[in-house]
Design a protein around this ligand. Sequence first.
Ligand code: SAH
Length: 232
Amino acid sequence: MTMGLFDPDTEKLARAHLRLLAEIAANAAETATWTGRPEFSGAVMAAMAKVPRHQFVRPEDRVAAYVNRPQSIGFGQTISQPYIVALMTDLLDLHSASRVLEIGTGSGYQTAVLAELAGRVFSVERLEALAAAARSRLAAIGYANVEVRGGDGFDGWPEHAPFDAIIVTAAPERTPAALIEQLAPGGRMVIPLGRVHETQHLTLITRAEGGRLSEQAMLPVAFVPMVRGPML
Ligand code: SAH
């Protein structure tokens, strides 16, 4: 017997997914004073609607995948809150030719959302086990415009620079110099800055066509720390 459309689990997930999209839209309106984005673009919302978040969490956590919260993905790391994923993606102003660098692949969920919107996505993850799991998960779902590499994100990915957009999903205290160097003229970077256990600020850094940088702190956020040093 085929389950298909009438599988109660599929139904439940689909309903939770729709509810989540409504919550993301409500959160965007509530935080507009800080972010300047009362609505996220239709393309970003369509990507949030399309990516199957339940495939990026541990099997026992599938039911909670569409709750608007971060979740544990093992190794002391988390999959980011859906609203934050949507906000960070929206702030990058991606288009179909954008080349994107992501630091902190984690589950690969944010990577998939980026891959729906951009031309190519290069993602660096410090923990080799998470990088490998995300790489095979993204390939299995069918993302062909993504490359995931194990490595230290403090170095960026110089071989593929410059990038139109850079997104960092772990918090350093200061913006890593290599990432500034690898941001193209006209490029946009979204990065949480601050110490662990203190307030971090989601920050938008833009580089004008002439090269000039500007920085704007937005929302207080709580990300895992961006860690230097050897991988596990
Ligand atoms: N976007 C991910 C969030 C993962 S949490 C998701 O939604 O699933 C942040 C990730 O950053 C963790 O997996 C952590 O291992 C990674 N990380 C921390 N320091 C890093 C570094 N220096 N370089 C690359 N990745 C790093």
